[in-house]
Write a protein that binds this ligand. Structure first.
Ligand code: UD1
Length: 428
């Protein structure tokens, strides 16, 4: 297995302000789908190949986790595939050392309990975007007949006599809990009805992979998912959907820098609200045969946004909304309803001269014409990418520390920016 070698904790981006991004980008598979598709392979013995896999650090980390569980993982960066050969009896313990770096490792919980009747998964770390509970995950497994408790930093779950279908209503349409419950219920005896389920395109993609493996699932993409348990699943291949958050990042980047970017491989139907909002900023969005083109020829107008579960405005694009508003014409109010810690990166934008006032989960922003370069620190994937874009709309040279955060979710970010005409390099 090939592990990315370009990720060093001390790497920084050096961003020279003033470029307008012009040109083409191609979107690969969605991080938040691919990592979960990889975990889902644990549900069947044999070899699955996932196509359209992005060259990001998190994929290497999930591959390592699966290898530790006894799988053979082969990654082909050229073909953008990852093949996972799952043994008859994989391991059941996901160690803290790996799990802490990758929130999506929690997605091995459902498949392991369903297939082996036991799992021990370290409580994950992940992004610094606020507290991220796992109570819905464990309550869901308990409703399916498992015993689950946390002990010494691990979730210990067991179902020695197998799982049983149940009616489960989530308190909040959590993406991770929907995935873990769905991937456990596929091998349970009887029918599971999951209400208030998450409707993200990633959930639909994972569900379609499960169906290709032999699962019986209805209602994907709606708030009620019905899963009829089957005896066993078999290995299958799957092509991951394209990354709507990376697509949205480039779309906001075009609007912010008064640029013109053709985004190939984009799925605009997964980004209806963000694209509508971009049109309100003054951007012109047209469809091209394999994606969209986003063009902006004036200073953007400010936009109010409230983040919500899909099909609402994605919390993962919120840092780009704030950055755009920081240099937009007018005042804006941005409300974060999903992750309370997500405004942490606002302090970094303040260092760049942005005018932002945060009150609880609201941020009030008054646009300035240009930001003013300074050294800043990335705290998570999206904040990191947002700060690099902020550097592009600043005067002078901005250094963004913590480039490894961006490597977790964006393939070759600096190279792609250079291809669009920006002066962005990595320095250590
Ligand atoms: C996933 C995505 C993340 C995205 C988020 C929301 C991955 C790897 N990450 O995260 O990029 O921002 O969806 O679209 O796919 N919650 C609880 N208890 C639980 C589960 C969740 O209280 O058991 C809360 C969380 O603290 C958060 C909210 O529910 O406030 C949403 O979390 P969730 O949808 O589960 O997000 P993730 O799956 O962690």
């Amino acid at each position: 297995m090939e592990i990315l070698t370009h990720s060093y904790p001390l790497d920084r981006f050096r961003v020279v302000g003033g470029s307008s991004l012009q040109g083409d980008v191609t979107i690969t598979g969605a991080k938040n789908s691919v990592l979960k598709l990889m975990a889902v392979t644990l549900l069947a013995k044999g070899s699955c190949t996932i196509h359209n896999v992005p060259d990001i650090a998190d994929v290497a980390m999930m591959a390592e986790l699966l290898e530790r569980l006894g799988c053979a993982v082969t990654r082909d960066l050229q073909k953008q595939t990852v093949s996972i050969d799952v043994p008859e009896t994989p391991g059941y313990r996901a160690e803290y050392e790996l799990v802490r770096k990758l929130r999506a490792s929690i997605n091995v919980l459902g498949p392991l309990v369903a297939r082996l009747g036991k799992a021990e998964v370290a409580l994950p770390g992940g992004d610094a975007i606020g507290s991220r509970g796992l109570d819905f995950h464990t309550k869901g497994l308990v409703a399916l007949g498992a015993e689950a408790h946390s002990e010494h930093g691990y979730i210990i779950a067991s179902a020695p006599n197998g799982l049983k279908g149940a009616e489960i209503t989530l308190d909040f349409p959590s993406v991770g809990a929907t995935e873990n419950i769905m991937t456990a219920a596929v091998l349970a005896k009887g029918v599971t009805v999951l209400d208030n389920a998450a409707r993200e395109p990633d959930i639909v993609d994972i569900g379609n992979f499960l169906i290709a493996m032999g699962a019986d699932i209805e209602g994907l993409g709606t708030p009620t998912i019905t899963i009829r348990g089957v005896e066993a699943l078999s290995a299958a291949d799957h092509t991951a959907i394209s990354d709507r958050i990376v697509t949205g990042t480039w779309a906001f980047a075009a609007a912010m820098t008064q640029g013109d970017i053709s985004i190939h491989g984009a799925r605009p139907e997964h980004l209806e609200l963000p694209l509508e909002k971009l049109v309100s900023t003054g951007a012109v969005i047209t469809t091209i045969p394999d994606g969209i083109r986003v063009k902006m020829d004036r200073r953007p107008s400010a936009i109010d946004v409230s983040t919500l579960p899909y099909p609402g405005f994605p919390t993962d694009l919120q840092p780009f909304v704030i950055t755009l508003n920081a240099i937009a014409e007018g005042d804006a109010l941005v409300t974060e309803n999903v992750f309370e810690g997500r405004f942490m990166f606002v302090n970094e934008l303040l260092r760049l001269g942005a005018k932002i006032r945060v009150d609880g989960h609201h941020a009030a922003i008054t646009g300035v014409k240009q930001l003013s370069s300074a050294p800043v620190v990335a705290s998570d994937i999206r904040a990191g990418a947002g700060l690099v874009l902020a550097g592009l709309v600043s005067d002078g040279v901005t250094f963004v520390e913590g480039a490894y955060h961006v490597d977790r979710g964006y393939p070759n970010f600096a190279e792609q920016l250079r291809a669009l005409g920006a002066d962005v390099t990595r320095v250590d």
